[in-house]
Design a protein around this ligand. Structure first.
Ligand code: GLU
Length: 466
């Protein structure tokens, strides 16, 4: 039974790297019938903002990742952290450091001049004298002076960090506020985390957090540090590559299923399977199989997955999702036919909406290029004849095949090539030449509407200059 958490700092929107971390933690907790907790790391009051906090919760809701219990806010747990800082001071495992900013800066410069890595030199570690006046001290932890900090990372295997790489780092600032690594370790321990899955940008923090676990005698969780998501050129993913706010994916017409499927594969795999329903993810995901190397963001793959889910979710669901894009099909008597036809080629809900709109809205314009290419001098003549044929057979016109049954002989009789008739019909019905099967569109629109749209186009001479 794994107890996991997602612990975003609300300094910006939830981006897809964060959502991937959340997903992995979610899957692992749910798969093992454990718990998945959400903790907002909002101690950095200067950088936090409420809007970002709301956005994180909204994004969670959109993708349907549910968490257990109440959301925890670190800003409300200050008393707990201060209690543990005092405990470490009382036990002699932490100490006050009175070094001034200037002294620290001087030490740093000296170390840099000697080509050493800047680090605190431990000068107050065993200090027993009278503290200098006028300095509000920070609290530093007594980090081990020699040996190694060793832990087994579930992704990167054994990690050894030399103790001389970690100094007596600050656990409380001079205003008494605890520092980042301190509160993360306290919370993970008190909330009973068994598994911490997070980005490998946190790897260096882990050594510091382990020092805190050990100083307080807490159980150390298992760590899984997930490699970053890169852009296709192997560089850090930027906004331009797709490192967007998760809700931007909603606005761009992605289904949450597609995004989660995309993210589960960015860093984890199960043979060469690409499509994973939530049930399959829950059955198959295991953090031990997280890839060791960075993954590469692939927009084409995301679009491909999105079109897969658009084709495979129910039409009711699509109609519901389309409301967000101001496309209202609920209650439309041809809803099923319209969606069945339009979803075949749509990669996003926006494309789906556009495909639907060209069917349900009467065209106001006719695409110039198509008109130039397909509307010839004789077009109106055989289109008139075609309308007559439709009129004669109108009682029997219901399904796409009914339109096909009368159109094929018509083409033969008039010795036409298919595009000669189809493209003008397409333009008349939808305004352009890109629409799907003409027979299907005619079946959706019904005889009266087909007749009206073709008539109108002919009357307007397809907006062509006479
Ligand atoms: N708050 C950290 C972040 O947003 C995550 C901390 C963690 O997962 O340990 O990057």
């Amino acid at each position: 039974m794994a107890i996991t958490r997602f612990a975003p700092s609300p300094t910006g929107y939830l981006h897809i790297g964060g959502l991937r971390t959340a997903l992995y933690n979610y899957l692992w907790a749910r798969k093992t019938n454990g718990e998945f907790r959400l903790r907002i790391e909002d101690t950095d009051t200067q950088r936090n903002n409420d809007e970002a906090m709301e956005a994180i919760l909204e994004a969670f809701k959109w993708v349907g990742l549910s968490y257990d219990g109440e959301v925890e806010y670190q800003s409300k747990r200050m008393d707990i952290y201060k209690k543990y800082i005092q405990q470490l001071l009382d036990e002699g495992k932490a100490y006050y450091c009175y070094m001034s900013k200037d002294e620290l800066e001087a030490l740093r410069e000296e170390q840099m001049a000697n080509k050493q890595t800047p680090r605190y030199d431990g000068r107050y570690r065993d200090f027993t004298g009278t503290p200098p006046s006028g300095i509000e001290p920070v609290v530093r932890i007594k980090a081990p002076l020699e040996g190694k900090i060793t832990f087994v990372d579930g992704v990167k295997s054994i990690m050894n960090i030399n103790c001389n790489e970690v100094d007596d780092f600050i656990i409380a600032r001079s205003n008494g506020n605890p520092t980042y690594n301190f509160v993360v370790a306290i919370d993970d321990a008190l909330m009973g985390m068994t598994d911490v899955i997070r980005g490998d940008d946190h790897l260096t923090n882990t050594a510091k957090q382990i020092i805190i676990y050990e100083a307080l005698g807490f159980d150390i969780p298992k760590f899984f540090h997930v490699p970053m998501i890169n852009n296709p050129q192997g560089k850090k993913l930027s906004k331009r590559d797709g490192a967007l706010d998760v809700m931007e994916y909603k606005r761009q017409g992605y289904l949450p299923e597609a995004l989660l499927n995309f993210l589960v594969r960015l860093g984890w795999s199960n043979k060469d399977q690409e499509i994973f329903s939530m049930e399959e993810m829950l059955e198959l995901f295991d953090p031990s199989n997280i890839n060791k190397s960075a993954s590469s963001y692939n927009q084409e793959k995301l679009l491909w997955l999105n079109s897969h889910y658009i084709k495979n979710v129910s039409n009711d669901r699509l109609a519901k999702e389309l409301e967000f894009f101001d496309c209202h099909l609920q209650g439309h008597d041809k809803k099923e036919m319209i969606l069945d036809l339009s979803k075949e080629r749509a990669q996003t809900l926006i494309e789906l909406k556009n495909a639907i709109n060209i069917i349900i809205n009467r065209p106001t314009q006719y695409e110039e290029k198509g008109v130039r290419k397909f509307i010839k001098e004789d077009t109106s003549k055989f289109m008139d004849a075609y309308l007559k044929t439709l009129e004669e057979k109108q009682e029997s016109l219901h399904l796409a095949c009914d339109y096909e049954d009368i159109t094929k002989p018509f083409i033969k009789e008039f010795e036409l090539k298919f595009p000669q008739l189809f493209q003008p019909i397409r333009i008349a019905l939808t305004g352009g030449t890109q629409a799907p099967s003409v027979y299907d569109i005619m079946a959706i629109l019904g005889y009266n509407e087909v007749n009206l749209r073709i008539r109108t186009a002919l009357d307007k001479n397809f907006n062509k200059e006479a």
